[in-house]
Design a protein. Structure first.
Length: 367
């Protein structure tokens, strides 16, 4: 059973109710790249959220972009504020403790990937949110990338027939170590498996559900690195194999999405523009945002009504706004979160199985 359904469009539903929308007061736990690029612009755009401010430590930057909000001096000051939703966008190793404090304070939580560092932590947060009647969402924004939305449509419409194999890549060429200390020191949240890995794993589980078993090769390839920076994970299903790869030494990129089915194939390069445009300071909108360049279109080679079809096909627009819209409706209308804590826990199960597989050099069954 897949962990996410067909593509939903929340935006049109939202427009019809803009005049009477309840405002959800929201605060961030940091205003570094994640807060500035991935969260604040969409919280500011969405009429259902009121951005209250962010916990800031050494640098005080949020008021340069949003003068009316608060720069909180501590976690305690955020928890004591009237914010109803807290975005836990801090280093992975802090997610469990901070999210737990947020929930114990009676506030809804949106937690960045990787959800936690262990399955046990993920399950404890899931149980706590349920016991307190609070929403707990995981920020797997790559479900709303233009390229993945297009792949999802191809699979949902069964244009390839039964899928036999799929391979997803998150490739980069970047041999230089990150200046962010928490990313390059040995800690429970560091390494590519818990950085880019959750994106690939979540996309695979979204399309195909939980596998029966996992095999993984996890390596260090960059000079002077002490954290994993290469992953090759194989998910075993009864009727298919799904390979997930990420690394920092791919100068000439492979197609990021390769799917082969009993009727045909689909190859798609990674082309979503949202992160790059957000980093340039561009502001998201509800019309043209997330439009890929035409040269990034995917190639569909399949059989349609008995005829062979081989053409580039248009890419759907991506928009992380729809994720935040899903969070809004989950709180106001008590609907499921756009990415649930249980789905975040499933991703952690695959990560733990991958670590065990790499250590033991064998296939690990998923309970």
């Amino acid at each position: 059973m897949r962990l996410c359904g067909k593509e939903k469009n929340f935006t049109l539903h939202l427009h019809s109710k803009q005049q009477i929308m309840q405002k959800i007061k929201t605060a961030l736990l940091s205003y570094g790249m994640s807060g500035k690029v991935f969260h604040a612009p969409f919280l500011n755009l969405h009429p259902g959220f009121e951005l209250q401010g962010s916990w800031e430590r050494s640098k005080k930057l949020i008021q340069l972009d949003y003068p009316e909000v608060t720069s909180y001096p501590s976690l305690e000051s955020v928890l004591e504020s009237d914010a109803e939703l807290i975005v836990v966008n801090t280093p992975v190793g802090t997610h469990f403790e901070y999210a737990k404090q947020v929930l114990l304070a009676g506030k809804h939580a949106l937690v960045e990937k990787a959800f936690t560092t262990t399955v046990a932590e993920a399950q404890e947060l899931t149980d706590l949110a349920k016991a307190k009647g609070l929403k707990l969402a995981v920020f797997q924004n790559r479900r709303w990338d233009s390229d993945f939305k297009t792949v999802q449509k191809i699979v949902n419409e069964k244009l390839l027939g039964d899928i036999v194999e799929a391979e997803f890549h998150f490739d980069r060429f970047n041999p230089i170590l990150s200046p962010k200390i928490h990313k390059e020191t040995a800690n429970a949240g560091a390494g590519i498996l818990k950085d880019l890995g959750p994106h690939l794993i979540d996309q695979a589980l979204c399309l195909f559900g939980m596998p029966k078993s996992v095999f993984a090769d996890i390596r260090i390839t960059r000079e002077n690195s002490i954290v994993d920076d290469y992953i090759d994970i194989l998910l075993y299903y009864s009727d298919k194999r799904v390979r997930l790869k990420a690394g920092f030494f791919v100068r000439e990129a492979n197609p990021s999405f390769v799917l082969h089915g009993k009727k045909g194939s689909f190859l798609k390069p990674r082309g979503d523009v949202q992160e790059d445009e957000l980093k340039l300071g561009k502001k998201p909108n509800l019309t043209t945002w997330g439009t890929e360049p035409k040269e990034k279109e995917g190639l569909l080679h399949t059989e349609v009504n008995g005829a062979i079809f081989r053409e580039k096909i248009p890419t759907l627009q991506g928009n992380y706004y729809d994720y935040f819209d899903g969070v809004y409706h989950s709180i106001v209308e008590n609907k499921p979160e756009p990415v649930t804590a249980q789905e975040g826990t499933y991703v952690m199960q695959i990560i733990e199985a991958a670590l065990e597989s790499n250590a033991q050099q064998k296939v690990i069954a998923i309970d």
